[in-house]
Design a protein around this ligand. Sequence first.
Ligand SMILES: NC(=O)c1ccc[n+]([C@@H]2O[C@H](COP(=O)([O-])OP(=O)(O)OC[C@H]3O[C@@H](n4cnc5c(N)ncnc54)[C@H](O)[C@@H]3O)[C@@H](O)[C@H]2O)c1
Length: 459
Amino acid sequence: MKKYSLTRRDFIRLGAGAAAAGVVPLRGITLLEPKPLWAASRPGGMAPSDTVRFGIIGTGVEGCSLLKETLKVPGVECVAAADLYDSRHIAAKEALGGKNIDTTREYRKILDRQDIDAVIVASPDHWHRKLVVEAAEAGKDVYCEKPMSHGVEDGLAMVEAIQKNKRMCTVGSQRVSSILYAKAKEIWDSGRLGMVDTILAAWDRNTDSGAWVYPIPPDASEKTIDWNTWLGDKPKRPYDPVRFFRWRCYKDYGAGLAGDLFVHLLSGIHHVTGTNMPPQRALSTGGLYHYKDGREFPDLLWTMYDYPDFQLVLRCNHNNNLEGEFFGFYGKKGTMLIHGSTLSFRAQAPWQQPEDYSIFGWPGKLRKEYLEQWHKEHPEPKPGEFRVGEEEEVFTPPPDYSDMADHLGNFFNSVRTRQPVVENEVFGHHTAIGCHMSNYSFFNKTAAVWDASAKKIKG
Ligand SMILES: NC(=O)c1ccc[n+]([C@@H]2O[C@H](COP(=O)([O-])OP(=O)(O)OC[C@H]3O[C@@H](n4cnc5c(N)ncnc54)[C@H](O)[C@@H]3O)[C@@H](O)[C@H]2O)c1
């Protein structure tokens, strides 16, 4: 890790007005160094025979972003893409820099190919189960987008299929592979936070796009989209481009704020804290305040979760972006915050202030003696020195860092080496259950309890 001094721009970007006022002195930002984005199965690099050939099912917004990022991962090659909307065949090729891959509407054509080792599943949530189970049964390793499941039953079936067929699986919450979250985990594991009883996290947005009001492309029609197949096992209904492009708003296909955004927060927190279980209990509240466009989910959602060792509070708001993406880990000995791509740690040092409350019941002489003694034992730091708790340590990845490329790199490395991934199907299943518990509580207006022996959410 290299140490860099704060530039004026960094200083402003970090909101260091408080530092300027002497509240939180900052000595510098540590720029985190990415790992090389590959792991060879032999010294000296990968032979062409080590190349992982993969296909992708679903080349919409996320599928195309993933394809673009795979270009940064050495030793992998996309050879085919399936999507139900023809224009997305073109978009997939463009995302790969114009590579002429095979494209089709029929995902089975990809799963039936013997020369494909792995598939990326980047369909809407209601298709994840079928695609992952069939891919595993066809002998493919799978990178499945988040949230892994559309319901608890789906997740159980997916875990079973992956394990029965001995496949590698990664779920697409890329924070788990991020060097920023690795640093947060290192701080958590070091014990520097002390006992942590409270974690807060938020993902706030205030744009129509952030609230999934995506524009509908002018060429979208029943001719260019296989609408009936897209509906899958959900109720049949006439072609509806709003549902096709804004599926996150509807219960049949997505899971609202919890499935779209809580899942990232939960994955990051589970990873940092070494948690691999669903929350024990969830209690949600919220409401639909602005985006009253027929959607079936709230645009503000709060959930309080119980875990054995800490309480977690999550919030997503579509109507104010004050916090952006934020995590706070509040420990007896320190506070760790993640704001976007910046991580900070500050020790808690309550003993640095002399007692200033209960001594008001003392006679003035004793009070004076106490304060003199305290200041003798706690001398003012020399210029340039900090007392414990006054200095903030700040970490950030380089501006061009991509955790998605790292996440894909980790997946393809596991495909090649058969070494386990961090965010495997069990981890992904557990974080998805946290999302389903949030929605269960919100819609049923009751606490949602995870019954581990029945493998069910109960009210
Ligand atoms: N990790 C992240 O940061 C991140 C970001 C955005 C989306 N996602 C996830 O990625 C997934 C896709 O989201 P999106 O925004 O790209 O959706 P999208 O609607 O833009 O794209 C999904 C595509 O899947 C295709 N599809 C659906 N069923 C199919 C089938 N049976 N066969 C072939 N193609 C099929 C659709 O035609 C569509 O083009 C979701 O699970 C979402 O939650 C993850």
